[in-house]
Ligand binder design. Structure first.
Ligand code: HEC
Length: 126
C-alpha cells in the first residue's frame, strides 16, 4: 500500500534511525489477522474454548496495533473506530467463551468478520 510506505518513510526521517513504534499494517500483517480469524471461526464451531481464548486475545492485540497505526496516521477516524470495535468484540468473545456461551460468541465472531469487511471497503485499495 503506497500510502503506508510513504508514511513509514516519513516517520523514519523524523525519528532519525529509530524504528517507528507501531507496526505497519501491510498485507503480511493482514494475512496473519486473516489466518487467526479463520482459526477462531472453526474453533468456535468446535467449541474449543482454550484455542478460542488464545486466538481472540491474539486478535485483540493485533487490533490494538492497527488502532495505534491509524491514530498516528491521522484522518482515519473510521479505521480507528473499527479497530476499537474489533478489539471490544474480541474481548467479549473471551468473556463469553470463559462463561461457556458459545452461541453468543459465534454471533460476535460474525460481527467481527463484518467489521473486517467494513474497514476494507473504506481503506483497502485493491
Ligand atoms: C481498521 C481497518 C481494518 C480492519 C478492521 C481489518 N482490516 Fe484487513 N486490511 C486493511 C487494509 C488497509 C488492508 C490492505 C493492506 C495492504 O495491502 O497494504 C487489508 C488487507 C487485508 C487482507 C489482504 C492481505 C493481502 O494478502 O493482500 C486480508 C486477507 C485481510 N485484510 C483480512 C482481515 C480480517 C480477517 C480482518 C478482521 C478479523 C481484517 N482484515 C480487519 C484494513 C483492515
Amino acid at each position: 500500500m503506497r500510502r503506508s510506505i510513504a508514511f513509514t518513510a516519513t516517520l523514519l526521517v523524523l525519528a532519525g534511525s529509530a524504528w517507528p513504534a507501531e507496526t505497519e499494517i501491510d498485507s503480511d500483517f493482514m494475512q496473519a489477522v486473516e489466518d487467526v480469524n479463520n482459526s477462531l471461526s472453526s474453533d468456535i464451531a468446535e467449541r474449543n474454548a482454550k484455542a478460542i481464548v488464545a486466538e481472540a486475545k491474539d486478535l485483540l492485540s493485533r487490533f490494538e496495533q492497527i488502532q495505534l497505526y491509524y491514530e498516528h496516521k491521522g484522518e482515519a477516524d473510521d479505521a480507528v473506530k473499527l479497530s476499537r470495535k474489533s478489539r471490544d468484540l474480541a474481548a467479549e468473545i473471551v468473556t463469553l467463551v470463559s462463561a461457556k456461551d458459545f452461541d453468543t460468541a459465534a454471533q460476535k465472531a460474525t460481527d467481527l468478520s463484518r467489521a473486517c469487511k467494513t474497514c476494507h471497503n473504506f481503506y483497502k485499495k485493491s
